[in-house]
Design a protein around this ligand. Structure first.
Ligand code: DAH
Length: 338
């Protein structure tokens, strides 16, 4: 390749490359490479002395042309980069705004609010009580004196010898009755409970319950069934039915487990394990001793009570198979319900 041809090749390579330059720093690299004192153009010019005079003249003209073309390309590119840098910093009011991350309700709270909405719709009042309870309220006044074998039903976290983290919302029954007596009452007691529990797919050491309590004249187990049917139909679907199975709790007599029909109607789904029934709550008629501990006369009034797990309700409603998802703080899980 003759020297003028070499210079023209440098020029066209440089002009092609400059189109790809995207920053002032890259442009400076480009300038040093082609126009710098030790750059490609200077390298070609340094060979002028070694060629014939005809070629030298042609090469000199080519070099002048190349230099002018590259300098012009350099200033054009620099102007272009400055304009776009300005645009980057400018406020463009036509751009869509940046949406802030919006939080949502936790599934437990969402479920709790739904339960509260349904029961307040039936005339129940929300009554919140202590999360840290005396042993007496958590157990004794609920017909579970010290050393009662049924205390084993609740693995308890003790704060001191006679203070516990409540293992259930049932102690709120005593507090509500002591506040309301001798008036009839209809309350739900939502709250956080704790158990010294081996955690697995259906047990957490911290969870929520909602307790229900109605005390007054003429309240029967049929009242509980009617209330629960109305709850189940609003919470799970208008076709749901309720059944009672005999059970045991020290603070109710008789005691029942409350089941509702599963969505699959016994077709054999995983949520009900093929039984067709979902166990949603414990309940029963408030034991006369507990009625008396609340300050009422069990010969005059009677009451029903129930207690259910909030997470369990959510699990049955949404087909969630592991309670540990609730408090693992994995947003991929939580966002589905927010
Ligand atoms: N407190 C019971 C528990 O945590 C649940 C329960 C059962 C509450 C029967 C009640 C009831 O009010 O009547 O296992």
């Amino acid at each position: 390749m003759s020297l003028p041809e070499q210079i023209l090749a440098i020029q066209s390579a440089a002009l092609e490359q400059v189109t790809t330059v995207g920053s002032v720093r890259d442009l400076e690299d480009w300038r040093v490479r082609y126009l710098g004192r030790k750059g490609e153009l200077a390298g070609a010019i340094s060979q002028l002395g070694a060629v014939s005079s005809d070629e030298r003249r042609a090469a000199g003209q080519a070099a002048n042309g190349a230099k002018a073309a590259l300098q012009e390309a350099h200033s054009a590119k620099l102007a272009e980069l400055k304009v776009s840098a300005k645009q980057d910093n400018a406020l463009d009011v036509t751009l869509p705004g940046i949406a802030p991350v919006v939080g949502g309700l936790h599934l437990t709270r969402h479920t709790l609010y739904e339960i509260i909405r349904i029961f307040t719709g039936m005339g129940f009042t929300v009554f919140e009580t202590n999360e840290v309870e005396s042993d007496e309220y958590n157990f004794g006044l609920l017909n579970l004196p010290p050393d009662h074998p049924a205390r084993d039903m609740w693995d308890t976290m003790y704060v001191s010898d006679d203070v516990v983290l409540r293992t259930h919302t049932s102690p709120g029954q005593i507090r509500a009755m002591r506040q309301f007596n001798p008036e009839p009452l209809r309350v739900i007691l939502p709250g956080k409970c704790h158990r010294y529990e081996a955690v697995d797919a259906s047990h957490e050491s911290m969870f929520y319950q909602v307790e229900g309590l109605a005390v007054g004249e003429g309240i029967t187990l049929a009242s509980l069934k009617g209330v629960f049917e109305a709850f189940a139909q609003q919470m799970f679907g208008s076709d749901r039915k309720v059944r009672f199975r005999g059970s045991y709790f020290p603070f109710t007599e008789p005691s029942v487990e409350i089941d509702i029909t599963c969505n699959c109607l016994g077709a054999g789904c995983a949520v009900c394990k093929g039984t067709g029934w979902l166990e949603v709550s414990g309940g029963g008629m408030v034991h006369p001793t507990v009625v008396r501990n609340g300050g009422y006369d069990p010969d005059i009034v009677s009451g029903f009570a129930f207690g259910m797990g909030v997470e369990r309700n959510a699990m049955l409603r949404h087909g969630i198979d592991d309670i540990r998802h609730f408090y693992a703080n994995d947003l991929r899980f939580l966002k589905q319900f927010a």
